[in-house]
Design a binder for this molecule. Structure first.
Ligand code: ASP
Length: 340
């Protein structure tokens, strides 16, 4: 059959692009051994390549984000899914959000405890419920109803995060909860923790992507902050704070101490600056992170993307695990703040 398009009417060929983060914090060369450094870079590469493969085949930005984040959620190096930090009560309580820039539809969950892939649960909230945000036992129940893979809570357990929790609780004079049921027996010697004592425990993951249809989206998944109490929820699952996407402006995923990101509605503010002031994406992200967040003594960063293919990151911490790739371009992976 002959094409009904004349040359002038052909839909534009769009290029895909994807940016990913794996958390921001006190991540320094001096305290990072080469083996761990290489392990993080390999994980970032694997995750971004999975998302890029989806985009390259013409898949949606939402599918790419979900594919990349599911890999990071299964990777014990990151504070999301398996490898999540522990709350003060010794439980892993997971948060995630996803937003579609084409429709402004969004889905999010907070304090879920049994879903292997919280990002997929956030997507199910967006696509299979009339709501945007579900929390706690209700979100766990919706996960079963939506047919998502369930795991025993011990699935998320890692020795490194457990020892880190115990250490922090001792320092804060708080009671130590029993070792979680189903966790492997404690090792003879403590595992080495690459993170400095009392540091914000980083490793939240997030992805923003642009697909061949010109649509952008954002997703974030986290275990929150270590030793959190009282049902604390951070910015990651709050649309506009840690996660936001609109084809009118940009898509953003944040990482850092969530309380500051909530107060500044960081993700939406970056997009509003792009939409209403004509700033470039880099200018907007830098203004919010280096001026507003820093002025409030908040720590962390963002990754962001626009429908015209700008791909940026901005962070005020010594490091942020990050990677970006556009069709036909070079893969860039960074950890420390002295890398491009
Ligand atoms: N922003 C996350 C939270 O506050 C934590 C992080 O990004 O490290 O829950």
């Amino acid at each position: 059959m002959l094409s009904t398009f004349t040359a002038a009417q052909q839909p534009p060929v769009r290029h895909w692009a994807i940016v990913l983060h794996g958390g921001a914090g006190i991540i320094e060369r001096a305290t990072m051994d080469p083996k761990t450094d290489a392990a993080y870079r390999a994980s970032l590469r694997q995750a971004i390549e999975a998302g890029a493969a989806v985009l390259d085949k013409g898949g949606s930005s939402l599918d790419a984000i979900e594919a990349s984040i599911r890999i990071l959620e299964d990777d014990p190096l990151f504070n999301a899914g398996r490898g999540a930090v522990f709350a003060a009560d010794g439980k892993n309580e997971l948060d995630a959000a996803i937003m579609d820039g084409a429709t402004l539809q969004a889905g999010a969950v907070a304090d879920v405890t049994r879903t292997r892939h919280p990002i997929s649960l956030a997507r199910a909230v967006m696509e299979k419920s009339p709501h945007v945000l579900l929390v706690g036992a209700g979100a766990d129940a919706f996960s079963v109803y939506a047919g998502l893979e369930q795991v025993d809570p011990s699935f998320y357990f890692t020795e490194r995060r457990w020892e880190s929790l115990v250490k922090q609780l001792k320092e804060e004079g708080l009671p130590i909860p029993p070792r979680p049921a189903g966790a492997p027996p404690p090792p003879a010697a403590p595992v080495a923790d690459i993170e400095p004592a009392n540091a914000h425990k980083y490793g939240t993951v997030g992805v923003v992507a642009l697909d061949r249809h010109g649509d952008i989206a954002a997703g974030t998944s986290t275990g929150g902050t270590q030793a959190k109490r009282w049902g604390r929820v951070g910015d990651s699952p709050l649309i506009g704070a840690g996660t936001y996407a609109s084809n009118q402006s940009c898509a953003v995923s944040a990482t850092g101490t969530g309380e500051y990101f909530i107060r500044l509605t960081v993700a939406r503010t970056v997009c509003a600056l792009v939409q209403y002031t004509g700033m470039t994406l880099q200018q907007a992200a830098d203004k919010v992170i280096h001026k507003e967040l820093t002025a409030l003594h908040g720590d962390g960063g963002v990754i962001a993307i626009t429908p015209d293919g700008q791909m940026v990151w901005s962070f005020n911490t010594p490091g942020m695990y990050r990677a970006r790739l556009a069709e036909g371009g070079q893969l860039e992976i960074g950890i420390y703040n002295d890398e491009p």
